[in-house]
Design a protein around this ligand. Sequence first.
Ligand code: GDP
Length: 189
Amino acid sequence: MSFPDAEFLTSAVQPDQYPRHRRKEIALAGRSNVGKSSFVNAIANRKGLAYVSKQPGRTQTINFIALDEALCLVDLPGYGYAKVPERIRASWGAIIEGYLSGREQLVAVCLLVDGRHGPTRDDRTMVEWLAHAPYECFAIATKWDKVARGVRIRRLKEIAEALGMEVVPFSAHSGEGKDEVIKRLRRFV
Ligand code: GDP
C-alpha cells in the first residue's frame, strides 16, 4: 500500500502562499526530531520527499505534499526544540496557528509523538489547543522499532491516555504501522 504519485507541492509560511487545490488536507504536528520527515517519506514511499533533518528545528515552513488527487499531507514546522531562540519559536507558533485556525480543507490533525518517551510538555500544550478544534485528531507513536516489545502495550496505553486520542504505533525504519496509517488517511477522502 502506498501513494505512487506523491509529489511535493510547495512550502508556505502564510495563507496567501498555500496551494489552491481540492484535496483534503491532513496536518502533521510534532516536536522537531520526532520523525516527521521520515514519516512523510515512508508514507509517500519516496526518500527525500521531505528533508530528513540532521539539524533539528531548522524547518520553519509549512510543506504541502500531495499524496494523490484526493489527499494532501501538510507538514507543520516542528516545535519545542530547546536551542531555538524565543523570537523564532514565537513565529513558529504563529505559522502553525495561522494554518490550523483557518484552512477550509483541513480534515484531520495527526500528532506525532516519540514512542520511546511518550508526550512532552509541548505535545500536551498542542493537545490542549487541538481540543477546541473542529477536525478529527489522532496520534502516531514514532520510532516504534526502538521500543522494547515487553513495554509496547503499556506504552501505547500511556500515550493514548495522556493525549486522549487513538494512537497508531509506527516505524519509518521497519515499516511497521505503515499500512494502518495509510488506511486511516484514506478514510478522510
Ligand atoms: P523531524 O525533525 O521530525 O522531521 O525528524 P526526522 O524524520 O528528520 O528524524 C529525526 C531523527 O530520528 C533522524 O535521525 C531519523 O533517522 C530518526 N528516525 C526517524 N524515524 C525513525 C524510526 O522509525 N526509527 C528510528 N530508529 N529512528 C527514526
